[in-house]
Design a protein around this ligand. Structure first.
Ligand SMILES: NC(=O)C1=CN([C@@H]2O[C@H](COP(=O)(O)OP(=O)(O)OC[C@H]3O[C@@H](n4cnc5c(N)ncnc54)[C@H](OP(=O)(O)O)[C@@H]3O)[C@@H](O)[C@H]2O)C=CC1
Ligand SMILES: O=C1O[C@H](COP(=O)(O)O)[C@@H](O)[C@H](O)[C@H]1O
Length: 455
């Protein structure tokens, strides 16, 4: 077992949706499996009034667990402070609650407009040794992301900043690196000579639910594509890193992101499609005339020599037919001798965690070789947020985004977003709930003689 360092976690936004739905359950699971130091504390901070007792009661009501002993012990770790983080005087009292001899961790599960005031407040209150965890979205375009990064960088060095993309905590995505780089079977054919196309789909069945106010300002390209899908693409298409160190992997991702073609407005109209599910504008806190996209599909082009001419298709949306996240690498057919066949490698992140390879089996037959990652794993599969929280506690940066990577991703996404702001841009195409998104996305693949896979 890895060492279990002691810590005080200042969880900003503790009363919010993400903290209650994902972060506290993840911390509880880590606790219940004995992965937290016995003295480690979680100090929740929110604007709502409350104290340790009332907040524990709230957790009890929201997240009650059956196994009473572990849950009670977990609740004893949890404290709550009510503070208005936009006020500079909030921080000295917070800093005094942190034990001087343990690692402070500040997890900012708040809107990004609080990132700078909180970082400034923490540093001025003497907590500049804290590790700082920043939730996405870090800004809403390249300029705002640069601004936040520059401001946060005035108070904390890059080595203490953990920018979350929870897809990097998904085990099947992590499996992609050893799959590619540690197997002689794959790396030699991982290039435009053998790969016909790459497709990445992250589809959700639910709509925006209670997050309409946030989502309507955000949209699918910012919410999912700029971060989760581009990270999946980086793992799929980056060059071999010089080593497995955090910075070597981040250097390789950065180089790939810098190879992506930045679209001019007329190219955005050709290569990017947006859609909106029917009924979206009637959702709570959504503008009745909203043009926000709940579905985005983009053909990405890399100018790296490895990928010359290979289309990368990305799509993501809400209210789609199925909840799934997968990467499909579609290989070119070999010159036919016994009948034509093309291999296809599918890495499924969810709902199943599998790697499937379609192979020709002779006599015109093709079959799937399926590796069930979850069934094969001798260890408990952790949910992404548990993995990432344990990485922060352990001080390991490899699964977090570096500033330059994030800005390269924004540099790619921002011109498309800017085009979509223009009145002359094609409006989002309405798609039926339970479908595969805007039909116009089919034109992206059809143009190259492809279809969205595997449907
Ligand atoms: N929810 C999700 O599924 C995901 C969210 N995220 C990101 O995580 C962040 C948090 O999201 P979410 O939990 O949904 O947001 P919520 O709006 O549900 O929660 C915001 C939290 O911030 C607190 N807060 C707001 N203003 C202040 C203030 N002035 N002083 C002190 N506390 C304040 C709120 O306190 P109070 O409620 O007490 O007023 C609440 O705890 C956002 O950046 C979001 O984009 C990222 C991925 C998924
Ligand atoms: O970051 C986000 O991700 C979730 C989807 O995450 P998943 O792990 O359930 O696939 C998405 O619903 C949310 O809108 C977005 O902010």
């Amino acid at each position: 077992m890895l060492p279990r360092p002691d810590f005080d976690l200042l969880l900003f936004g503790a009363s919010g949706d993400l903290a209650l739905r994902k972060l506290f359950p993840a911390l509880y699971r880590a606790h219940a499996h004995g992965l937290l130091h016995p003295d480690a504390r979680i100090i929740g901070i929110g604007r709502s009034a409350g104290n340790d007792h009332s907040f524990r009661q709230r957790l009890n009501e929201t997240l009650a667990r059956e196994d009473g002993h572990a849950w009670d012990a977990f609740l004893r770790r949890v404290h709550y402070i009510s503070a208005d983080l936009s006020q500079t005087d909030a921080f000295s009292a917070l800093a005094q609650t942190v034990r001087p001899d343990v690692q402070p961790i500040a997890y900012l599960s708040t809107a990004p407009d609080l990132f700078v005031p909180v970082c400034r407040g923490l540093a001025q209150a003497g907590l500049s040794r804290a590790r700082v965890v920043l939730e996405k979205p870090l800004g809403h375009d390249l300029a705002s992301s640069r601004h936040i990064n520059a401001e946060v960088g005035r108070y904390f060095p890059e080595a203490q900043i953990y920018r979350i993309d929870h897809y990097l905590g998904k085990p099947a995505l992590q499996s992609l690196l050893p799959l590619r780089f540690d197997n002689l079977f794959f790396e030699p054919v991982w290039h435009s000579g053998c790969v016909r196309s790459v497709q990445i789909t992250v589809a959700e069945t639910l709509g925006v639910g209670t997050r309409g106010a946030f989502y309507d300002r955000t949209g699918a390209l910012r919410d999912m594509v700029q971060n989760h899908l581009l990270q999946m693409l980086c793992f799929t298409a980056m060059e071999r890193p010089a080593s497995s160190d955090a910075d070597a992997v981040r250097d390789a991702k950065l180089a790939f992101l810098n190879s992506l073609r930045i679209y001019r407005p007329h190219e955005a109209d050709i290569y990017a499609v947006r859609g909106q599910y029917a009924g979206y504008t009637a959702e709570p806190s959504v503008a009745p005339d909203s043009r926000t996209e709940t579905f985005a599909a983009v053909q990405v082009v890399s100018d790296s020599p490895r990928w010359a001419g290979v289309p990368f298709y990305l799509r993501s949306g809400k209210c789609m037919a199925q909840k799934l996240a997968q990467i499909v690498v579609d290989f070119k057919p070999a010159a036919a001798l016994f009948g034509q066949s093309a291999n296809r490698l599918t890495v499924s992140l969810q709902p199943d965690e599998t790697v499937s390879l379609r192979v020709a089996a002779g006599g015109g037959q093709t079959g799937e070789m399926v590796l069930d990652l979850a069934a094969q794993s001798p260890e408990r599969r952790m949910e992404a947020y548990e993995t990432l929280l344990l990485e922060v506690i352990g001080g390991r940066l490899a699964l977090f985004n570096r500033r330059d990577e994030l800005e390269a991703a924004w540099a790619w996404a921002t011109p498309i977003l800017a085009r979509w702001q223009e009145p002359s841009a094609p409006a989002p195409q309405i798609y039926p709930v339970g479908s595969w998104g805007a039909a116009a996305a089919d034109a992206l693949t059809a143009r190259n003689g492809d279809v969205w896979l595997p449907f």
